[in-house]
Design a protein around this ligand. Structure first.
Ligand code: GLU
Length: 266
């Protein structure tokens, strides 16, 4: 099935929607909801893949640090997911938008019957201009939270799979970094932002050394893997800093923002 030019998947990481102390960054979430609603009003259908459940839950449960024990992580995910959805529902509601929650684990994608149902649910939500808000089903799928291979525990790969599922034309990954650099910008001040990538080579992957923050689990390498999957399905992928969600408008206007991974011909 060909991609729909009107469908865009936006992924936000934990570090974008929480602050240094692990509290919800209400201003960041509000700006995100406002920008997404504004872009919807321009005629686009957006899907939001949001991390943050574990961090937000841990904060609400007043845990002193990120939970290590698996059952505590799952409890934090259960508490935090409710809190996040409450906020998203309230803030998107301010902008007259309806949302629907979709929690997934890898079996939902791998199983043909479940994946067909999932595709239908996405289609029905989008056709009715309801914003699907997706996260991994962390309180059930502990294998992924802990997995060495991490199918989509940081939600980067999840966002690429969701983009493929929805036949989206674009995947926007909001991160805590401006995009992909030709070095490590934290240690090398001369590192330059790469604005356009036509092909994800092994050399590029080696440049993408880990840059995960304390609050999330992903790094640039998982974003590159996600970009590899999405671009191979004809989907443009854009990685940029999520602290400024108004950039969504610039992205729609095809202005130069972050790093663009160009979709391959399919
Ligand atoms: N699904 C996890 C959550 O919502 C993702 C954790 C992360 O940010 O990497 O907490």
């Amino acid at each position: 099935m060909s991609v729909s030019k009107k469908r865009i998947v936006v992924k936000v990481g934990t570090s974008t929607i929480t602050n240094e102390s692990g509290n919800i960054d209400i201003r960041a979430i509000d700006h995100l909801c406002r920008a997404i609603s504004g872009v919807e009003n321009l005629g686009y259908d957006l899907v939001l893949v949001s991390s943050g459940a574990i961090a937000v839950g841990a904060n609400k449960m007043r845990l002193q640090q990120k939970p290590q024990e698996i059952k505590l992580k799952q409890a934090a995910a259960a508490v935090g997911q409710t809190e996040l959805m409450h906020l998203y529902d309230k803030l998107f509601g301010e902008y007259n938008r309806m949302v629907g929650q979709i929690l997934l684990d890898n079996e939902d994608i791998a199983d043909p019957v479940r994946s067909k149902n999932l595709r239908n649910t996405f289609d029905a939500l989008l056709e009715n201009h309801i914003i699907p808000i997706v996260n991994e089903n962390d309180s059930v799928s502990h294998a992924e939270i802990e997995s060495e291979k991490k199918l989509f525990s940081d939600n980067d790969m999840l966002s690429a799979l969701v983009a493929v599922f929805c036949n989206a034309s674009k995947l926007i990954i909001f991160s805590d970094i401006e995009g992909l650099y030709d070095g490590n910008p934290q240690t090398d001040p001369s590192a330059k932002l790469i604005s356009r990538v036509e092909e994800i080579t092994d050399e590029l992957k080696s440049v993408a050394s880990g840059s995960g923050s304390n609050r999330g689990t992903g790094g640039m390498i998982t974003k590159l893997e996600a970009a590899e999957l999405a671009t191979s399905h004809g989907i443009d992928v854009l990685i940029t800093n999520g602290k400024n969600p108004e950039r969504l408008y610039d992205i729609i206007d095809k202005k130069k923002v972050g790093t663009l991974f160009v979709a391959r011909e399919v």
